[in-house]
Design a protein around this ligand. Structure first.
Ligand code: ATP
Length: 952
């Protein structure tokens, strides 16, 4: 009796139920008779059986199993003796599982045996000795041998403790002697296992160590698996049964849950100290009692018996198949009928849905059509909104991003121009709010007030004149069309600007015409509204400054007087009515379009010109990629207006009065006083003269300025000086870009201003007079030198071969080409110096690599074109002239690699001629010199590598 005083022990059951319970005084005979005999003797009936002894160490398992085995053998042999009609054959085998190794107890070889999985027999032991028993004495001898072979060790609890699991197997085959040899006999084959398990033990109780401790570990592990298998089997066979977790359970698999009857004798110690082990034994026994096996009589039939048996079995199965088959046919037919009905129903629903969908689709189309009509009506207004926003953005930033917005709408500029012009510039009653958004943004208050009486805003009788408005629209349309055509004229990132198409001479002619026709109208304007030049003190001061320069260069007086008289005679009258600071903004508009003459004769031609200029400049923004080009129209006027607020009557020409290499913060000083002018080099001073209409006027009227300078030389010098300033400022801007982004932007703005100034110079037309006018005899020599230098720079900068060809064929020594030659030279020099000196070596190296790669592509292209464009005769001639052996391989490839590879003029001429032929170059006369003009692309720092020349 044991009464637990520990509360948690209440979780265990307090009562257990078994088939039999044997007390300490019960003999083994009684245990066998009541608990194991029936199971053991099942083997003689052809049924597998097993008898286990399970319990803690030293609880009497071996003692009990030894007795049960002996009693069973005696009874088996007694059964055999009682059944002489049957012939029995007994075989005996014995193994032990010691430390998870299987050993044959009937052999002296202790080599572990392998376990094999047989699909029919289950797990078998390879090479296991199986003795055929002669009689019971033979069996006794073998049992004695097994006992001697088994691993036994002394522990604190048992001086002869079994350290292994022992399995004795007796296999019995029996047949009726009467049918033996006739082919009709059946043989019963079964086996009985006598299993003496090693005892579960606690190391602390057995005081085991070393080998004993290891043995105990294996014993407990295998017993734990046995417990799991039995517990799982007791729950049913649904889950996984871990037979293979131990060799013990693998070997006993059929005995535990298969074809066998099994009796388990659980032994316990009555000692109080073993209560835990006794409880575990009881729990194991409880689970084991729940396990249900499926024991069957194992019959081995003869061939004839097997044949008859199989024939009967076949007939039975055929009958079973026939009955269900007829039933299933009926059910299948019904199912098919149901499915057919379902399909018809679904088809009907589908038709209805399709009809519904068509109805909805037609309604949707109607809605879309009506919506599209509404949308078309609103499109012009929306475009204007977009245009207004982009124009405002342009006015504020003059940035690439803002300009690109206009690019997006470039395709519809005609409509835009029409809408903008008609709705906002002309017909609006509120001119102050809507006139030229990109310029009024920065207008100082004073300017805006005066603007109401400026030529921008005609008298009321004109603003409401429908005829006048129509003419203006026509101008806008024409201008937009021309701009659209320019979209196709960009070559290798060197853009073509429409306004550059006007040559200086043409422009001067136009300017003359405009001036003539414009003067009377301008004179009609109130002098209060448009102050005369002589009322502007700055004009005088500028003239004085120019006179200072004249003093510096007195030797050029006479020649310059003639040139200036030719070049700037026209604009004189214009500036008489536009010398005002805000009116100057409009003066810059004139060169924007060569169609100015279209406006001539209109009641208010001045207004026509100014309005058209604004529209054109917006469209130019959409077309041109170069910021410098945009700047020429967008930035300069703003600067003037901005400056007018700070410097009062500072004339617009002052914008060019800063030193070309002035660093950042230069913008603030652009319009300060005139002191800077005196420190400037000639080119800067001349820029004033050539770009400021006021100055031009002063020069022409004063006559003295003309004695000193050639306008053309001034223009050229301005270009050179400004480009230098561009490169310097760009480098500075790039250097400080990361640390001082705002300053960088300011610098870029200045750079744009400078380029704009240069362009304005060009637009005025002064560049038409070549520098050679000063010394015509020197120009051919200078040209040749410049050309040679440029050719070398092309080579150093890996410039596109196509670009070289264009340039070379286009500029052949005309005096008017000097500016382009200078620009090209400056541009290439800048690129080359950037390569060699810039700190951003990695980026430039990348640019160099990129340019080389592009040039290689060009050469590959030429290589391919040679096949199409050159005859064999052509090629052979070139091979001969260029020193390519006619017998060598890949002559065409060699030729492509030699193109533009040398600097001697003969080679250059031939290269240019060859490339022009291969790429179907347009006639040089049709190419535009403006392609190589002053359009510097002031790319952001991050895009520095994309030099138009390098990337071409
Ligand atoms: N019913 C019994 N009557 C008399 N002596 C017994 C009885 N059962 C066991 N003994 C004695 O108890 C001792 C231990 O018995 P046994 O070796 O059979 O235990 P065990 O459970 O096999 O131990 P182990 O698991 O360590 O092998 C032996 O000396 C044995 O003679």
């Amino acid at each position: 009796m044991f009464r637990s005083i520990v509360p948690d022990r209440a979780m265990f059951p307090t009562a257990y139920t078994y088939d039999r319970v044997f007390g300490p005084n019960c003999s083994t005979r009684q245990v066998y008779e009541e608990g194991a005999k029936e199971v053991a003797l099942s083997v003689v009936s052809g049924i597998n059986s097993s008898i286990f002894a399970y319990g803690q160490t030293s609880s009497g398992k071996t003692y009990t199993m030894t007795g049960i085995t002996e009693y069973s053998v005696m009874d088996i042999y007694g059964y055999i003796e009682k059944h002489p009609e049957r012939e029995f054959m007994l075989k005996f085998s014995a193994i032990e599982i010691y430390n998870e190794a299987v050993r044959d107890l009937l052999s002296h070889d202790t080599t572990p045996l392998r376990l094999l999985d047989d699909p029919e027999k289950g797990t078998t032991v390879e090479k296991l000795t199986e003795e055929t028993l002669r009689d019971k004495d033979h069996l006794r001898d073998l049992l004695g041998m097994c006992e001697a072979q088994r691993e036994i060790g002394e522990t604190a609890l048992n001086e002869a403790s079994s350290r292994s699991h022992q399995i004795l197997r007796l296999t019995i085959k029996s047949s009726v002697k009467q049918y033996l040899g006739r082919g009709k006999s059946s043989t019963l084959v079964s086996c009985v296992n006598f299993v003496d398990l090693a005892g579960s033990e606690r190391a602390s109780q057995t005081a085991s160590a070393g080998m004993r401790l290891k043995e105990g570990s294996h014993i407990n592990r295998s017993l734990l698996t046995l417990g799991k298998v039995v517990r799982q089997l007791s729950k049913g066979r649904n889950g996984h049964i871990p037979y293979r977790d131990s060799k013990l359970t693998r070997i006993l698999q059929s005995s535990l849950g298969g074809n066998a009857r099994t009796a388990i004798v659980c032994t316990m110690s009555p000692a109080h100290t073993h209560i835990e082990q006794s409880r575990n034994t009881l729990l194991f026994a409880t689970c084991a009692k729940e396990v249900v096996t499926n024991a069957q009589v194992n019959v081995v039939m003869s061939d004839k018996a097997l044949l008859k048996h199989l024939q009967r079995e076949l007939a039975r199965l055929e009958n079973e198949l026939k009955l269900p088959e007829s039933a299933s046919c009926t059910s299948h037919a019904e199912a098919l009928r149901e499915k057919d009905a379902q399909i018809k129903k679904l088809e009907k629903q589908l038709r209805e849905l399709i009809e519904e969908k068509d109805t909805v689709q037609s309604q949707l189309n109607c809605l879309l059509k009506s919506d599209a009509d509404d949308h078309a009506n609103d499109r012009a207004a929306k475009r204007w909104d977009v245009h207004s926003r982009s124009s405002e953005s342009l006015a504020r930033n003059a940035s690439e991003e803002a300009l690109s917005v206009s690019d997006t709408y470039g395709g519809s500029y005609q409509d835009q121009g029409h809408a903008v012009f008609g709705e906002s510039y002309v017909f609006s009653a509120d001119h102050d709010d809507l006139s030229i958004p990109n310029q009024t943004m920065d207008l100082p208050q004073q300017t805006k007030v005066r603007k109401s009486i400026s030529p921008w805003h005609p008298p009321s009788n004109y603003s409401s004149d429908g005829t006048e408005s129509y003419n203006m629209k026509e101008v806008a349309f024409r201008s937009a069309s021309e701009v659209s055509e320019e979209n196709c004229r960009e070559v290798q990132c060197i853009e073509i600007h429409e306004h550059r198409r006007s040559t200086s001479k043409e422009f001067n002619v136009l300017l003359h015409e405009v001036t003539k026709l414009h003067i009377p109208e301008a004179e009609d304007i109130s002098r209060d509204a448009v102050p005369q030049p002589d009322e502007v003190p700055e004009a005088v001061s500028i003239t004085e400054k120019m006179e200072d320069h004249i003093k510096i260069y007195p030797s050029k007086e006479e020649r310059q007087a003639e040139i200036i008289a030719n070049a700037v005679e026209g604009p004189i009258e214009v500036h008489q009515c536009e010398s005002d600071d805000f009116a100057d903004n409009f003066v810059k508009l004139y060169p924007c379009d060569s169609n100015i003459s279209l406006d001539v004769g209109k009641p208010y031609p001045h207004e026509c010109l100014t309005v058209k200029r604004c529209i054109t400049s917006s469209k130019d923004s959409a077309l041109a990629r170069s910021q410098s080009c945009r700047a020429s129209f967008m930035i300069i006027p703003n600067s003037w207006f901005d400056d007018s607020e700070n410097t009062g009557q500072t004339p617009p020409g002052e914008i060019f009065r800063y030193p070309p290499r002035r660093p950042d913060k230069v913008r603030r000083s652009l319009y300060q006083g005139n002191d800077d002018c005196q420190n400037n080099n000639n080119s800067v001073d001349l820029s004033d003269m050539s770009t400021s209409d006021e100055v031009v006027k002063d020069m022409s009227t004063g006559g003295e300025v003309a004695k000193e300078w050639s306008a053309n030389e001034a223009e050229q010098e301005v270009c050179v000086g400004d480009i230098s300033c561009v490169t310097d400022l760009e480098q500075k801007a790039a250097k400080h870009h990361e640390d001082q982004p705002e300053e960088h932007q300011a610098e870029q703005q200045i750079v744009r201003d400078e380029c704009a100034a240069v362009k304005t110079v060009k637009d005025v037309g002064i560049d038409a007079v070549p520098s050679s006018a000063e010394s015509p005899s020197r120009w051919p020599i200078d040209f040749a030198n410049r050309q040679r230098e440029i050719i070398e720079l092309w080579h150093d900068c890996n410039v596109s071969l196509v670009h070289r060809t264009y340039f070379f064929l286009l500029f052949k020594g005309d005096a008017a080409d000097s500016v382009y030659m200078e620009v090209e030279h400056r541009r290439l020099s800048f690129i080359l110096s950037s390569f060699s000196t810039s700190s951003a070596g990695g980026e430039l190296n990348s640019a160099t690599a990129s340019s080389l790669k592009n040039m290689k592509r060009e050469r590959d292209m030429l290589y391919k074109q040679m096949l199409k464009k050159l005859t064999n005769g052509d090629k052979e001639g070139i091979y001969a002239r260029w020193g390519i052996d006619l017998g060598s391989k890949q002559r065409r490839l060699q030729l492509s690699r030699l193109v533009w590879a040398r600097a001697d003029m003969e080679h250059v001429r031939e290269s240019a001629s060859l490339v022009a032929r291969l790429i179907d170059l347009v006639e040089p006369g049709q190419a535009l010199k403006e392609m190589f003009g002053l359009n510097f692309t002031l790319a952001p720092r991050t895009q520095r590598r994309s030099f138009s020349l390098l990337g071409a």
